[in-house]
Design a protein around this ligand. Sequence first.
Ligand code: UD1
Length: 353
Amino acid sequence: MYRIFIVPLERMNEKKNILVTGGAGYIGSHTVVELVNQGFLPIIVDDFRNANPVVLSGLRNIIGFEPIVERIDCCDRNALRDVFQRHSIDGIIHFAANKAVGESVANPLKYYHNNISGLVNVCETAIEFGIDDLVFSSSCTVYGEPIGIKEVTEEMASPMGQSPYGYTKIIGEQLLKDTQLAFPQLRVINLRYFNPVGAHPSAEIGEFPIGRPNNLLPFMTQTAVGKWEKLTVFGGDYPTHDGTCVRDYIHVVDLAKAHVAALDFLANSQGSVFEAINIGTGKGTSVLEMIQTFEAISGENLNWEMGERRPGDVIEIYANADKAKHMLGWSAHFTIVDAVKDAWNWELKLKQV
Ligand code: UD1
């Protein structure tokens, strides 16, 4: 009697298969590209609630084939199990989460439900199916408002969240720490992103903010194409070099590459791993400097005004990115100028379609 083994198609070419939850989103889609560039096969899990299906044709144009997509919600445990049953998976990158700070204050349960239940399901399913390597989308929000220090290192994380969104990242890291202690075969890296900006240099993929963007650069580019009347700078009286808040803006392609470096690190590690790693450039840029850069790159005169401070804004923060360099061999390659140029080209492309 013969036994028939069904080998999933993607398994036949010996590539490592990486489940990418939220893989159709902004950071997820750029990571899918970098995974393919490095010989991995991404399996996108996304319910498209915050992603535009147009991203799939952009992805196809860059990677040269139709990406594998599973349209499910990570909060649906049975649907997630079904995906793990149908694909052979070697590692997971968990992006799927909500990320708008203001919305999280207005609707905290949406954030606790989606961001925490999704992560619990991913962990439970990973353990059940014996998948050990997990990269988690964390954020510099875990540093809160750093007192007296602007360049933060990984051990400076605060237990105090700035918002329900912030708490979901703090709780997410803790949940992973406790789970990893109980299941030492797990190997986990929390990547703490600073401020992701820009788009793919091909202008095939980028950010699709739904409604009014909360983040600075998409609001700037959308204002320049006339979608909004003017940009309000949230506060000009902060104790920074020009009075506006300072952030570490990291090009989304650099950020995407950090995930591939993290997976490589996990694959080459022996035994347990639990790490948190900053992903930023190590340089701070103020809001006014972002406006100046945008005007210089685009040749546009941006309509902006100085406004009130936005409640909850951190004054000045940027990454100490030494750990990423030493541990992952990763450092940022693109500059703010590259990021603004790519974000602007992406906005111009969106205007045409
Ligand atoms: C926030 C979160 C961060 C999260 C990111 C997700 C906190 C404290 N920060 O970052 O963890 O990863 O969103 O996208 O939870 N600005 C203006 N006018 C605007 C928009 C922004 O002046 O119309 C200023 C802000 O005041 C801030 C800077 O631009 O100084 C960047 O703001 P934003 O892009 O919203 O990111 P963060 O608040 O830094």
